[in-house]
Design a protein around this ligand. Structure first.
Ligand code: 5GP
Length: 181
């Protein structure tokens, strides 16, 4: 089974504002199709986005075992830019390009060593997995969120993993909700 592994640290839970709008059918014409979209409740867009993410995740999973380099290999090689938050000989931590919280940092092993996703972990990976978690804690400290942060690993298409190079998401700087979606 694919897994979504979430580690919590500190106080969590909060509500999210959801917007609503009424649809006036007489205004929905071929000339203003955007009218309908503009009147959809915000949570409708969330479900459209969610199904996009699910489709992308399924597509990404098709090449999961190819061992082909990913965008993270280019970031690690500094071939494409990223905002690095922490680095040591084994891991690189950089800001997510599409942050889901005021602090959203990805922590990745520099050597993938077969760890396309957590579901591929073997006993030999124990050391690097522990090191990644410790690096997440260092990132939380450096980012000033040590009192409350969340560490997420999406593993496989059911968990909407999109990049097949194991990585931890370190999220914080706002109140998190629980349970996660
Ligand atoms: P996943 O969905 O696999 O758990 O997470 C992959 C993450 O990588 C996403 O949150 C996505 O925003 C992030 N990401 C994808 N491409 C890039 C990139 O080129 N640069 C950075 N900094 N983050 C990226």
């Amino acid at each position: 089974m694919n897994s979504l592994s979430i580690l919590r640290s500190g106080p969590l839970l909060a509500g999210r504002a959801v917007g609503f709008g009424l649809i006036n059918a007489s205004k929905v014409t071929a000339k203003n199709p955007s009218f309908l979209l503009s009147r959809l409740p915000l949570h409708a867009f969330s479900s459209i986005r969610a199904s996009d993410e699910e489709a992308s995740a399924r597509a990404a999973a098709l090449n999961a075992d190819s061992e082909a380099p990913t965008i993270f290999d280019k970031i690690i090689a500094k071939e494409i830019p990223s905002t690095i938050v922490y680095e040591d000989e084994k891991v690189l931590a950089f800001r997510d390009i599409s942050p889901q919280a005021p602090v959203h940092v990805l922590v990745v092993p520099k050597l993938r060593d077969g760890l396309t996703h957590l579901g591929k972990a073997d006993q030999r990976h124990g050391e690097i997995l522990g090191h990644l978690l410790y690096a997440a804690k260092i990132v939380a400290e450096k980012e000033g969120i040590i009192d409350g942060f969340r560490v997420v690993i999406n593993s496989g298409p059911s968990a909407c993993q999109s990049v097949y190079h194991l990585h931890l998401h370190v999220l914080g700087g706002r109140q998190m909700k629980w349970p996660a979606g």
